[in-house]
Write a protein that binds this ligand. Sequence first.
Ligand code: 4H3
Length: 250
Amino acid sequence: MIIDILTIFPEMFSGPFSASIIKRAQEKGLLIINLINLRDFSRNKHHTVDDAPYGGGAGMVMAPQPFFEAIDWLKSQRHTLGRVILLCPTGQVFSHVLAGELAREEHLVLICGHYEGVDERVREHLVTDEVSIGDYILTGGELPAALMVDAVSRLIPGVLGKNASLQEETFQQGLLEYPQYTRPPVYRDYAVPEVLMSGHHEKVRRWRKKQALLRTIERRPELLNSVLLTTEDREILKEILIFLKQLNLE
Ligand code: 4H3
């Protein structure tokens, strides 16, 4: 996958993209991240890309010209232009489902806004998708873009090891993750649940599933509305319900 990122702060990405799995994905040739400095497309002598808003008001707006020319240049460089995504608080909220959908694309263009935002003509004529990483305002679209690259990249086939991707498929399908433990069996009097050391694979699997369901009910019950529950899930949910009914909650 090729990801082109339009930004006035390309240096903000050097940290997150030069370590760990994203670094390795690039080394393996599974991912090409191309940072494009919008200022290179400015046509004024101070290389500015913003201007005062029509109608007045505080702050500056990112002008259309550098975006349009950067996208024209990209069109000349790439066979076809992929989805052009603007990171903004008014976009569709990013999710694991959207990450999976984007991971199947060959080319993405991410646009990072700054100041008060970008000229509306950029949204109307260049942008195909507006995405938000959550209900809060940041100083720019760079951190959201880096976050999206991370979530999308790990879903590109070959980026994670085979084991990790298999785990992804079998579990966390819309449920919160079950608790994990490693050695030692007892640390500062805190013991690892007995079942995990029993070697009884079937019991371990069912325990994990129950924990995932319990955590989801407790912390994010709304997730249960959009998850596909198996017969076993329903059985376990019934067990949980019976247990809760037995508690005398006055
Ligand atoms: C995205 C961008 C939050 C998000 C962003 C998010 C600055 C967009 C400016 C930049 C505009 C303010 N904040 N939740 N900030 O994904 O250019 O709207």
